[in-house]
Write a protein that binds this ligand. Structure first.
Ligand code: IMP
Ligand code: MG
Length: 175
């Protein structure tokens, strides 16, 4: 596949890395050395989790969860399920959920509801990108690297049909 759908760069590699270091400094300050469990949402958060956690100075455990849409034949629009749940014990732990992008907020709401059942000491949300234009479910976002206009973007973990995740920058994608 060629890159004809890739539009202009929204955030360069340098901008992304600079902002992640800033957000990590905020997180280090807020948790003040307390142990943190970072949970990334696959696959989009893979590079973000990798880069963010390497700036964290408290004891850190890392886990990933994965979600998939309900098969279309079931005809439940927008229904989601876990294809991989958490392996670490979250009870009484400080948990930071790390997302690539928050759009409607429905995915996030579903995940948070699930994580709350483990009764963590705290649960905060960290996202690389926030696209507030399409928000349906409003949840407090504790850490957000960038607020983006209502565009479809790819790169730095984000895909279009599983392509372009490995771009080092974030670009607009036009069909
Ligand atoms: P929502 O917040 O439930 O609407 O969905 C968020 C999920 O949709 C993200 O975790 C991404 O996987 C995907 N997504 C939303 N917007 C984009 C985009 O601009 N590029 C790539 N994936 C996106
Ligand atoms: Mg995602």
């Amino acid at each position: 596949m060629n890159k004809s759908g890739i539009g202009k760069t929204i955030y360069s590699e340098e901008q992304i890395q600079h902002r992640i270091a800033e957000i990590a400094a905020e997180i280090n300050h807020d948790y003040n050395g307390e142990k943190l469990i970072v949970i990334g949402v696959l696959k989009g958060s893979l590079y973000f989790v990798a880069d963010l956690t390497r700036h964290l100075t408290m004891p850190v455990n890392i886990d990933f969860i994965s979600i998939g849409s309900t098969p279309e034949e079931l005809n439940i629009t927008g229904a989601i399920r876990f294809t991989r749940s958490v392996g670490l014990n979250l009870t009484g732990q400080h948990v930071l959920l790390v997302e690539d992008i928050i759009g409607t907020g429905l995915t996030l709401g579903f995940i948070c509801q699930h994580l709350e059942t483990f009764e963590p000491a705290s649960l905060k949300i960290c996202t690389l990108l926030d696209n507030p234009a399409g928000r349906i479910l409003t949840l407090p976002i504790d850490y957000s690297c960038f607020t983006i206009p209502d565009l479809f973007v790819v790169g730095y973990g984000l895909d279009y049909n599983e392509e372009y995740r490995n771009l080092r920058y974030i670009a607009e994608y036009r069909e």
